[in-house]
Design a protein around this ligand. Structure first.
Ligand code: NAD
Length: 483
């Protein structure tokens, strides 16, 4: 077991707090590392280092220098990605094939925002006020950014914020999840190695309380948060009272709609991935699967054929498709929601998934992928984010009906539909209340394509140009001159 301190001002720092957190592998329950449970003094030290860096040498760096730094970080992350993937898989339990496959996306984010660092431009403004004035705008860094992320895709969600924040010239204090902190601490070392001045990128570990302290710290200017809707609302309340800016990437309960005219083979493959990838621990999981009433049995059979080739097993095993849930609490939440649905008349439909033989006696945090049939839209399992390998199969009869039912509820992160009718694809995607709509595909992400939610699923967008702009402030300069 290793002991790892916070990363503050370009070096690991012993915790000033008195408590310790244990990060443990969900496969085995074996302890992995002892981390600092950061308190006010730790957060204050990290925010102080970030503020000093902002006012120091980093604040004078040119766009080309920031571009070069992010390119060097991208090279280091690319070269050492296998280690980052292994740390994430060990800590939160995601299959190693999945965490490793994220390399292109993570490195791509660093390279894409390295490029955008060179393109942050203002403009001249044609004013009509009396007298002669030259007026122009510039984009300036928002300041010290608090980047708070969850455990279900640790390195990906961290770099998603850090790359555009540093490209914009901000400094960062990151707070990874208490269940997956090691890859963030390792990346902090790479940023220093790549040549960033001390304090540009800092990491404080800890749980929700550490996050609350960081959000409320007077030295933080902007909050970039990914996590649950409840935490997002609490953060927005604190930020609102202090007039800080923020982006919030929150939870979802996404509708995935299969029309009878779809390519059902592709729809079944996509719907299995939508529901069960990462054992369902994905914000944009397609956990409400609306299937036209004429094809429900056939579609479940197609999903079964797809899953039959897949395997539930240990996260570091190369043949694992579905790993354990990240925590015992997460597994208990899934059980409670399933039991509640069954008590209200729902039925569990099991698939012929293969299971690692070591799991036959003791399931621990592992849960098998299942479908729930005969649920109603008002059941908790269809309204709350389940964050486990459970999909509700909901028959529908008409386009109007499925649009209305898909849009019901608190969330609006993503939605998807499968159809061979182009008119229907455009009509339905326009009507769906979601930040992203996937047509005949699911979970596609790209560094250039904005992603984020409406309603309880969040505020703001990540990826693309919009994201880097959220880390900047527009300054307008007026210069009077003798004309
Ligand atoms: P969580 O909200 O419990 O925690 C997320 C992070 O915030 C952790 O680092 C946690 O320590 C911290 N935190 C918790 N409460 C806080 C508070 N009041 N103030 C400041 N920090 C706080 O979420 P989780 O269980 O770690 O992650 C799962 C959630 O994240 C799901 O709801 C999922 O949908 C969401 N998520 C969203 C996206 C997206 O892009 N929209 C992506 C991944 C995960």
């Amino acid at each position: 077991m290793i002991e790892v301190g916070n990363y503050i001002g370009g070096a690991h720092a012993a915790g000033l707090g008195t408590l310790s957190l244990t990060s443990s592998a969900p496969d085995s329950g074996d302890p992995l590392a002892t981390l600092v449970d950061s308190r006010e003094a730790d957060v204050d030290a990290a925010v102080g280092a970030a503020r000093r860096a902002l006012r120091g040498e980093w604040g004078r760096w040119t766009p080309m220098q920031r571009n070069a730094l992010l390119t060097r970080v991208a090279d280091l992350v690319d070269e050492r990605y296998d280690e980052l993937a292994r740390l994430d898989s060990q800590e939160y339990g995601g299959p190693i094939t999945r965490t490793r496959a994220n390399r292109a996306r993570v490195v791509g984010l660093l390279r894409y925002y390295a490029g955008l660092a060179l393109q942050l431009e203002g403009h001249t403004v044609n004013v009509s006020t009396p007298g002669d004035h030259h007026v122009f705008t510039t984009r300036q860094p928002a300041g010290v950014v608090a980047a708070i992320v969850p455990w279900n895709g640790p390195i990906g969600s961290l770099i998603w914020k850090v790359a555009p924040a540093l490209a914009a010239g901000c400094t960062v204090v990151a707070k990874p999840s208490e269940y997956s902190s090691l890859s963030a601490l390792r990346v902090a070392e790479y940023v220093t190695e790549a040549g960033a001045p001390d304090g540009v990128f800092n990491v404080v570990t800890g749980a929700a309380e550490t996050g609350r302290i960081l959000v409320g710290h007077e030295g933080v200017d902007h909050i970039a948060f990914t996590g649950s809707s409840n935490a997002g609302k609490a953060i927005a309340a604190t930020a609102g009272a202090q007039l800080k800016t923020y982006t919030l990437e929150l939870g979802g309960k996404s509708a995935n709609i299969v029309f009878a005219d779809a390519d059902l083979g592709a729809a079944a493959r996509g719907s299995v991935a939508a529901a069960f990838q990462n054992s369902g621990q994905i914000c944009s999981a397609g956990s409400r699967l609306f299937v036209h009433e004429s094809i429900v049995d056939e579609f479940l059979e197609r999903m079964n054929r797809q899953i039959a080739g897949m395997r539930v097993g240990f996260s570091l095993d190369e043949t694992t498709d579905f790993g354990p849930l990240a925590t015992a609490a997460q597994a208990a939440t899934v059980d409670t929601l399933l039991e509640g649905a069954v008590a209200q008349g729902a039925r569990i439909h099991r698939f012929d998934v293969r299971v690692d033989e070591r799991l036959h006696r003791e399931m621990g945090n592992f849960r098998l992928p299942v479908a729930l049939v005969e649920t109603t839209d008002d059941m908790a399992v269809n309204r709350r984010e389940i964050f486990g390998p459970v999909v509700s199969v909901l028959p529908f009869s008409s386009e109007e009906e499925v649009i209305e039912r898909s849009n019901a509820g608190d969330f609006g992160l993503a939605a998807g539909l499968w159809t061979s009718d182009v008119d229907r694809a455009l009509r339905v995607s326009r009507a769906l209340e979601a930040g992203t709509v996937w047509v005949n595909c699911w979970q596609n992400l790209d560094v250039a394509a904005p992603f984020g939610g409406v309603k309880d699923s969040g505020v703001g967008r990540e990826s693309g140009v919009e994201h880097i702009l959220s880390f900047t402030r527009t300054k307008t300069t007026w210069m009077a001159f003798r004309g």
